[in-house]
Design a protein around this ligand. Structure first.
Ligand SMILES: [Zn+2]
Length: 141
């Protein structure tokens, strides 16, 4: 599932020997990943809008109308999710600008290049994320 977030055309980052974490080259690498994701999402949203306009026919059959309404509701939900993701990506790009990208917002540890390539918008290290998931499960009980 995490692979889905990785844009296909991006090759995994290979750090140079002794290269410091979140070097300028690494920040550029992740910025380009995030910008590609954003462009893809914006394309998806635009396509959704066009599909909805194409389908804005009024069907005479109430059954057709009902399924059309369901389709539109799903489209709207997808679009909403897409917008939220875009917002998250923009916030993440701002973190690159301020030099805070790649560090856990929970404990300040390095999140790690591999994890960030799988989840470019991750803001927690794997330990804090696991802890958060455990807590969420406890609350849900
Ligand atoms: Zn952490």
């Amino acid at each position: 599932m995490s692979e889905e977030l990785l844009p296909r055309q991006i090759t995994p980052y290979v750090p140079k020997k002794g290269e410091e974490y979140m070097s300028e080259r690494q920040r550029a690498h992740f910025r380009s990943i995030l910008e590609t994701l954003k462009t893809e999402l914006m394309g998806d949203i635009e396509r959704t809008v066009h599909t909805m306009q194409d389908e804005a026919t009024v069907f005479a059959d109430p059954n057709d109308r009902a399924s059309q309404e369901t389709d539109i509701a799903i489209e709207l939900r997808n679009r909403d999710r897409g917008r939220k993701l875009i917002k998250k990506i923009e916030e993440t790009i701002a973190l690159i600008d301020s030099g805070d990208y790649g560090y856990c917002s929970g404990c300040g540890a390095e999140i790690g290049i591999k994890r960030l390539e799988a989840r470019p918008t991750a803001s927690l290290c794997i330990d804090c994320k696991t802890l958060e998931e455990v807590r969420e499960k406890q609350i849900a009980k």
